[in-house]
Design a protein around this ligand. Structure first.
Ligand code: ATP
Ligand code: MG
Length: 316
């Protein structure tokens, strides 16, 4: 762990009974980085994050956050980080202001510094008009804003956000990400999980977890151009839905999905691309309707899931 490393996980593992939810993951997150953690439902994202936040004990392996060992010193970790958990951590009967005052006290802020922090985050996160409303009657997006404000009150240098934008409308999602990016610019390190792959484009680094194991990592650009990531062909045709059914049955097609009005098909190499072109010509698709494109993260990750197959080794 060097000076700029904020999070360091080494073979971090968590079992629930015989089930291995997180299987020896190792990674580092550097200061000021937005580190995106992606993976299908149940792949181990929240479990990993909970271990790093000191709220769930690892079964084996180790991790340090801001220089503190998460297993030996979980309280020191909890005091110094901001954590927005996936489930709601709000009390329905408390107002926005009451939540923020409570969290200020929890982190040892009282009097004028507490009032200043509460006002700062109410303004910065856009909660001003809702300050006297109880959390139970807030729309979903505002509940998320409040949870984020609670996590930020004590100005943590490390922020863990577990699906902060799930169920949030597109405009509010953009505002969330503007804030996350500006926090990172201010030096805050952010680990964030999301199922929205457009959001993953904002991350400096990405890791993809599947069946408890990290199976790909890198910058969004590096992942799109990684050797072995195959060739993605975009097809624009009026018969996309019919073609999709037929393409999914072809052995050499690694992934096929509708993408707006286009169809994205991933194949292994040039020989398979030529095979694909012959197949498409036989189905009345003109060569001018096909183009090789840089794959989207969605293409990359659906391809990864398909090539990884069923998660293996999760039960011991
Ligand atoms: N307390 C627990 N007891 C038993 N199994 C658990 C427990 N917590 C999580 N699991 C299991 O561990 C696996 C990983 O769960 P986790 O919540 O980390 O997934 P996730 O990647 O965050 O999924 P999602 O995208 O749905 O939030 C799942 O199979 C889950 O059912
Ligand atoms: Mg989760």
């Amino acid at each position: 762990m060097n000076g700029s490393t904020t999070v360091c996980a080494e073979a971090l593992t968590r079992k629930f009974g015989d089930f291995v939810a997180v299987d020896a993951v190792s990674f580092e997150i550097h200061s000021g980085e937005i580190w995106g953690f992606l993976g299908p439902n149940g792949s181990g994202k929240s479990t990993t994050m909970r271990m790093l936040c000191g709220v769930l004990e690892p079964t084996s392996g180790r991790a340090q956050v801001l220089g503190y060992d998460v297993a030996r010193d979980p309280e020191a970790v909890k005091l110094r980080i901001g954590y927005m958990s996936q489930g709601s951590s709000l009390w329905n009967d408390l107002t926005v202001e009451e939540h923020l005052n409570f969290y200020a006290g929890l982190f040892g802020l009282y009097g004028a510094p507490a009032r200043a922090a509460v006002e700062e985050w109410i303004a910065r996160i856009g909660l001003g008009e809702r300050r006297t409303q109880v959390a139970g009657s807030l729309p979903g997006g505002f509940r998320k804003r409040l949870a984020l404000a609670c996590a930020l009150l004590h100005r943590p240098q490390m922020l863990f956000l577990d699906e902060p934008t799930a169920g949030v409308d597109p405009v509010s999602r953009r505002e969330f990400w503007d804030l996350i990016v500006s926090l990172a610019d201010e030096g805050v390190t952010v680990m964030v999980t999301t199922h929205y792959l457009d959001e993953a484009e904002h991350c400096h680094q990405l890791a993809f977890i599947y069946g408890g194991r990290i199976i790909a990592r890198g910058t969004p650009e590096a992942l799109k151009h990684a050797p072995g990531s195959g060739i993605t062909v975009e097809i624009v045709s009026k018969k996309n839905a019919l073609l999709l059914d037929a393409l999914e049955d072809l052995g050499y097609v690694r992934g096929a999905s509708l993408y707006g009005s286009a169809l994205h098909v991933t194949v292994k190499d040039d020989a398979d691309r030529q095979e694909l072109e012959r197949f498409l010509a036989g189905h009345g698709v003109e060569p001018t309707d096909c183009a090789t494109i840089t794959p989207s993260l969605e293409d990359i990750f659906s391809d990864l899931v398909k090539t990884a197959g069923a998660p293996e080794g999760v039960a011991t």
